[in-house]
Design a protein around this ligand. Structure first.
Ligand code: SAM
Length: 281
C-alpha cells in the first residue's frame, strides 16, 4: 500500500483519541522504525509504496487500544540516546531530560565523582549521565529485576559503564558502604487519587510499580532516599529529585527539615514545579 494512504487511515481511525499532530508524530516514528522511511523522504516522495503493510496496520490496532508507540516499537529516545523499553519500565519523559540537563550544569565533568540513580527503570538517567560524565562512577538501583534487565541492555547498547544494583530503597540504608557525591532520583510519585486524571495509554500500559504511591504517604520515596542519604551521601553532596508538580512546597519543607541547604525548586517547560535540588550540610 502507498504510505500516504496508510497515513490517511491512521488519521481516520485515531482521530477520536488523538490530535492530528500526535497521529502524525506516531506515524512518522512507525514508518521510520518499520520501513526506514523518514518524514522528509515521505514529504519529497508521497508515492512511496510498502510491500508489507501488516506491521504498521498491526501497530495501528495496538494504538487504537491505547498502547504507547514506544512500547509498540520497543524503543524510546532520551537525551539524544536510544533506549529499549518494555512493559517493565517507564517510558522516559522529557521532564526527566530537563532534570538530567540541570544536574549536568551542577557538576564538573573533569572530576571523578560517584553518582547514584535511585529507581533507574530503563536506565535513562544513569546512562545519559554516564555518557556526559565519562570520569564519573555511575551506579543505578532498582527494585525490579525485569527493569534492571532492560537497563543493562541499554547500558551495553549505549556503550557506557554503569553498575546496576537490585535493591529496595524502602529497606536500604547504604550500598556497600559507598558514599556518593550526587544522588538523583525520579521515584514513583503519582498519588492514587490522581489516577482519575490520567490517560489510558499511561494508566493501562506503564508499570504501576514505577508510578504510584499511596495518597496518605505521597513522599514515601523521598523520605526513604533522604534517610538513605544520611549514611550514603557525602557532606556537601547534591540531591536531585524529580517531583510531583503539586508537592513542591512539601518537598521544600522535607528537605529543610533534614538540613539540606541551597534548595532550588525548578519548573519544567510546562511551568510546573517538577524538580528540586539540595546540598547536604
Ligand atoms: C518513575 S520510575 C523512573 C524510571 C527512570 N528513572 C526514569 O526517570 O525514566 C520509578 C522507578 O522506581 C522503581 N522503584 C519502585 N519502587 C522501588 C523501590 N522500593 N526501590 C527501588 N526502586 C523502586 C521502579 O521500578 C521504577 O523503575
Amino acid at each position: 500500500m502507498i504510505l500516504k494512504s496508510i497515513q490517511n487511515i491512521f488519521h481516520e481511525e485515531l482521530k477520536s483519541i488523538s490530535t492530528i499532530e500526535e497521529i502524525d508524530s506516531v506515524f512518522y516514528m512507525l514508518i521510520d522504525h518499520f520501513y526506514k522511511v523518514t518524514r522528509i523522504q515521505l514529504a519529497l516522495n508521497p508515492e512511496i509504496l510498502v510491500e508489507n503493510d501488516e506491521p504498521i496496520l498491526r501497530a495501528l490496532s495496538m494504538l487504537k487500544q491505547q498502547m504507547p508507540v514506544q512500547y509498540i516499537i520497543g524503543e524510546s529516545e532520551f537525551y539524544g540516546l536510544n533506549f529499549k523499553v518494555n512493559e517493565y519500565v517507564l517510558i522516559p519523559r522529557p521532564e526527566t531530560e530537563e532534570l538530567v540537563a540541570w544536574l549536568l550544569n551542577h557538576v564538573n565533568p573533569e572530576r571523578k565523582i560517584k553518582i547514584l540513580d535511585i529507581g533507574t527503570g530503563s536506565g535513562s538517567i544513569a546512562i545519559s549521565l554516564s555518557k556526559h560524565l565519562p570520569q564519573a562512577e555511575i551506579y543505578a538501583m532498582d527494585v525490579s529485576t525485569d527493569a534492571l534487565h532492560i537497563a543493562r541492555q541499554n547500558a551495553d547498547s549505549n556503550a557506557v559503564n554503569v553498575e546496576f544494583i537490585e535493591a529496595d530503597i524502602l529497606q536500604t540504608t547504604n550500598l556497600k558502604n559507598f558514599k556518593f557525591d550526587v544522588i538523583v532520583s525520579n521515584p514513583p510519585y503519582v498519588r492514587e487519587q490522581e489516577k482519575a486524571f490520567m490517560k489510558p495509554n499511561v494508566l493501562d500500559n506503564e508499570p504501576h510499580l514505577a508510578l504510584f504511591v499511596k495518597d496518605n504517604n505521597a513522599l514515601q520515596f523521598y523520605k526513604a532516599i533522604i534517610h538513605f542519604s544520611k549514611a550514603s551521601l557525602n557532606k556537601g553532596g547534591l540531591l536531585f529529585f524529580e517531583i510531583n508538580e503539586y508537592l513542591g512546597k512539601e518537598m521544600i519543607s522535607l528537605l529543610q527539615e533534614n538540613n539540606y541547604t541551597e534548595l532550588e525548586l525548578k519548573q519544567d517547560i510546562y511551568r510546573k514545579d517538577r524538580m528540586i535540588k539540595g546540598v547536604k550540610s
